[in-house]
Design a protein around this ligand. Structure first.
Ligand code: FAD
Length: 518
């Protein structure tokens, strides 16, 4: 069975006992990557349950450094999470809800520790939002059973997608593997089930006994970043300024984007020099903003109640958020993509290169292709890269250098502030043509044409590759090939590490050989 089916089975098997579990001394909400108080499905239900039974609500955050290792979580993402916990703790304290935060050494000990804490607090009910990665679903399935055996109840809710995975199937009852028909079905489903865009309420003020009974829990401090995930003080300050944490920042950013940019999103979204996109991915990935709130807010700016009418920019933006849902649906249905396998098995036999010199040139932004180098330097500096550039650099690594796309996927996870397994894995699968609904393998981006098209004035390149600041005109896209050799070489900018045309031929041949033997 798929991991989600295991969880479903555990929930079905315990349905009666869960419904009959009496509320004891407290109700607990377990925070994961849903670090907000507003429009949080499980938190809201937990607060309702506690209020009805007139007992305190306790918020819990338990993490193991092994979780970060297993998910290759970038230090910048860990830092964002820790800063968000600070904000969350303050917001919850204003509602008299304590936030208890703990680190446990081993990943496998998290469920056991939660049970212990529940018992220590005399809590009877645990609420959490669902995460769709394989290990997380399996863990939750075990926890539902474990708690039920001990006379406690756990509710795991769908929250992070607008349409829960598994809801949309083709006429033949199958999971869609192509985005366009899936998106039409997604729109139709949301229109027919308008409650999907109803926001969950905010938690009520906690029961008055919370401080008297659980006063100690209010004193809890936000944990330190584990070893290997720590930033230097200087980096911490930089990222704090670049990515202010917490749900209030997310709300401000959403409202600014909807006021100033969403209307022109369709025209501007592909131009990396332009701040035409929302920069909200870090908030969706950390759960400081729900996609429900985002889609609803954007839709309400439109003069129609539908998701596919009115302003074009708004429609396109909503369709981009839907990609996030699509990839999570894919992950839930085909969980083997979590196991480092290409979605399309016929692509398993491509002979990839593992040339570290070329890979390191790519990671360090020293390939001699200015658009690629600008993008990689943006990632290294900000922990974020523009979507168009993510496609360009992923295509370059897998199709110009023929380097195993999984090395790029891993590097992205280790550096992105918005690292999200499904979006990242499937984004790489798209660019390397091995994923779900991919770019056909013979479609190979020409980095120079991409550069001319999407950074016509070289503004983005000049920002991130200062060596080329003095290069004017079209030469910015290819300084050695277009008469700016002297400036580029004086500034120490590298020559191209590969010749695109030849690389293209090699790649086409390698894909053809791989597919034939696959
Ligand atoms: P906007 O353009 O404002 O879009 C709004 C939201 O829609 C985004 O925040 C994001 O949640 C969603 N979205 C937009 N495009 C996509 C897409 N192609 N796939 C899935 N969701 C999308 N996104 C991540 O959140 N985490 C990742 O780890 C990630 N890795 C990627 C790797 C590759 C190789 C590629 C090609 C794309 C990847 N993306 C990833 C998708 C996309 O690049 C980012 O979501 C986007 O750049 C974030 O910027 P934004 O918030 O300004 O996006």
């Amino acid at each position: 069975p798929r991991p989600i089916e295991l969880l479903q089975a555990a929930q079905d098997a315990t349905a009666t006992s869960r419904a009959n579990t009496p509320v004891k001394d407290a109700v607990v909400h377990w925070f994961k990557w849903d670090l907000r108080t507003r429009d949080n499905s499980a938190l809201y239900l937990a607060s309702q349950k506690a209020a009805e039974a007139k007992v305190p609500l306790i918020a819990l955050y338990v993490v193991s450094p092994q979780d970060f290792e297993a998910h290759l979580t970038a230090p910048v993402r860990v830092d964002f999470m820790l800063r968000t916990l600070q904000v969350l703790k303050r917001d919850l304290a204003e509602l008299a809800i304590p936030l208890w935060m703990e680190t446990v050494e081993k990943r496998k000990d998290v469920p056991g520790r939660i049970v212990e804490l529940m018992q220590e607090w005399g809590a009877s009910h645990l609420f959490a939002n669902m995460e769709y990665e394989v290990d997380e679903l399996r863990r939750e399935a075990k926890l539902v059973t474990l708690l039920s055996e001990k006379g406690m109840a756990m509710e795991v809710l769908h929250d992070t997608c607008i349409v829960p995975p598994g809801k949309l199937t083709t006429g033949a009852g199958k999971q869609y593997s192509v985005y366009s028909p899936w998106f039409r079905a997604w729109i139709k489903h949301v229109h027919e089930n308008r409650f999907l865009l109803d926001l969950a309420g905010s938690p009520e003020r906690n029961h008055k006994s919370a401080r008297a009974k659980f006063g100690r829990l209010f004193e809890c401090k936000v944990p330190e970043a584990p070893e290997g995930k720590r930033l230097s003080e200087q980096e911490r300050k930089k990222f704090e300024a670049l990515w202010p944490a917490g749900e209030h920042e997310a709300a401000k950013r959403l409202s600014r984007f909807c006021d100033e940019a969403v209307g022109k999103y369709g025209q501007n979204r592909n131009i990396p020099a332009n701040s035409g996109t929302s920069n909200l991915s870090v908030h969706f990935a950390s759960g400081t903003l729900s996609t429900r709130t985002a889609v609803r807010t954007a839709r309400d700016r439109n003069n129609t109640k539908k998701l596919d009418g009115g302003n074009e920019g708004i429609q396109v933006w909503i369709s981009e958020i839907a990609w996030r849902d699509f990839y999570k649906h894919v992950l839930v249905h085909w969980p083997y993509i979590c196991m480092n396998k290409p979605f399309k098995p016929e692509y398993s036999n491509i002979e990839w290169s593992y040339d570290l010199e070329q890979f390191n040139a790519w990671t360090n932004g020293r390939t001699g292709f200015p658009i690629v180098d600008a993008a990689m330097r943006q990632l290294n500096h900000m922990g974020w890269m523009h979507n168009r550039c993510r496609m360009i650099v992923a295509s370059f690594l897998s199709k110009d250098l023929l380097v195993d796309w999984r090395m790029g996927e891993k590097y992205f996870m280790e550096h992105l502030v918005d690292g999200d397994f499904a979006s990242n894995n499937c984004g790489w699968g798209f660019a390397a043509s091995v994923g779900v609904d991919p770019q056909p393998y013979f479609r190979i981006f020409n980095p120079l044409l991409q550069s001319e098209k999407f950074d016509p004035d070289g503004e983005y390149i000049r920002k991130w590759v200062p060596e080329l600041k003095g290069v004017s005109g079209k030469a910015i896209h290819d300084p050695y090939g277009r008469g700016a050799s002297a400036v580029a070489s004086k500034a120490g900018y590298p020559r191209q590490i590969v010749e695109h045309k030849g690389a293209r031929e090699t790649t086409l041949a390698a894909y053809k050989r791989g597919i034939a033997s696959g």
